[in-house]
Design a protein around this ligand. Sequence first.
Ligand SMILES: Cc1cc2nc3c(=O)[nH]c(=O)nc-3n(C[C@H](O)[C@H](O)[C@H](O)COP(=O)(O)OP(=O)(O)OC[C@H]3O[C@@H](n4cnc5c(N)ncnc54)[C@H](O)[C@@H]3O)c2cc1C
Length: 386
Amino acid sequence: MDYLLTEEQKMIRELCRQIGEEKIKPVRSHYDDTQEFPWEIVKVFAESDLMGIFIPQAYGGLGYGILELSIAIEELSRYCGGITLALAGTALGTFPIFLFGNEEQKKEYLPLIARGQALAAFALTEANAGSDAAGIETTAVKDGDHYVLNGTKQWITNAGEAEIYTVIALTNRIRGPRGASAFVVKKGTSGFTFGKKENKMGIRASATRELIFQDCRVPKEDMLGREGLGFMVAMKTFDASRPGVAAQALGIAQGALDEALKYGRTRVQFGKPIASFQAVQHMLADMATQIEAARALIYATSRMYDDGGRDIGKESAMCKLFASDVAMRVTTDVVQLFGGYGYMKEYPVEKMMRDAKITQIYEGTNQIQRNVIALDLIKEAASKKD
Ligand SMILES: Cc1cc2nc3c(=O)[nH]c(=O)nc-3n(C[C@H](O)[C@H](O)[C@H](O)COP(=O)(O)OP(=O)(O)OC[C@H]3O[C@@H](n4cnc5c(N)ncnc54)[C@H](O)[C@@H]3O)c2cc1C
């Protein structure tokens, strides 16, 4: 399908395809096996200016938008959804600064991220607060010119590897949704340490750890926005980042379909390539149709955002919901299409199936996305006159 991409957007896609083919494909199973952090590939992203793709040029980035970020994440995830998360997780950790930072904060942090000198991470989730983000218990208590953070964030992407963390903590327990605030916390700050690296089903090249705050003093200048805006920062961040999760899912699904098309033409049973069987052809057709529909939704939503339509909570949730369900269905079907070989680690498709699963879970599970979409629909309907 022709999405009327600009020459620059096509160049970004081509660049990412080349990085994927030449740099990521040869090493993806190594990082999947070892769970090492893929610094050699992060260096390639940085040298190609991809880390600052959506950061304004004034802060050292390329100055593109969510569509270009989505295209890059999609294309790279076609080769490895886990390695790509170093970039996508950094984007997630950068959005709060990009959207809510003041000039000093932007000048301090965005150029470091754009140049690839620092990765970023975003920390909301805790052991007792996943879908119910309002249940967070990490506190930030004002003490003179500082806030003192205490608590533990769980399952934070890029944790331990990133230099810059945007953290949501309670500044006023009794104010409910208005009681949280967002802070930038630098790695190395006294009282800020990491838990062990999690051993995961998929996206194993991505580092996931706890952030542990014990009397961690953060200068008051490192608060994003003002006191009480924490959940607003989180929600607006997710509006901007969910098309990226969707793009990760889309890339994984496309990568799996690419493999299915290769395999289907070469695997011979009953004297014929399996792609000549109508049942297999229908699987391929269904996969390709779902993938194209996901791509259309993601590109349209990203364009809406870049055109200034910042109220895209519903569309952003739709992208994430639809593309991640597509990724799970497609990768499961591709393993099926490979038969027993699909179950073996010699082929990349079992990894793709494992990698796809997380896209239905993080940045809000797909049940939560449905809640977001439905609430918005009902609100829209109620505001219309009959
Ligand atoms: C690999 C990985 C990386 C992550 N990276 C980050 C990160 O960088 N930063 C960060 O802050 N967090 C991160 N997370 C956390 C992630 O966002 C949460 O796991 C997710 O939001 C779900 O929370 P939970 O796991 O506590 O599940 P729960 O909230 O305990 O949900 C359990 C089940 O109940 C369902 N459920 C809960 N509430 C409802 C409801 N109201 N209606 C219907 N169903 C419901 C859920 O859909 C789910 O199926 C990461 C998680 C993983 C696994």
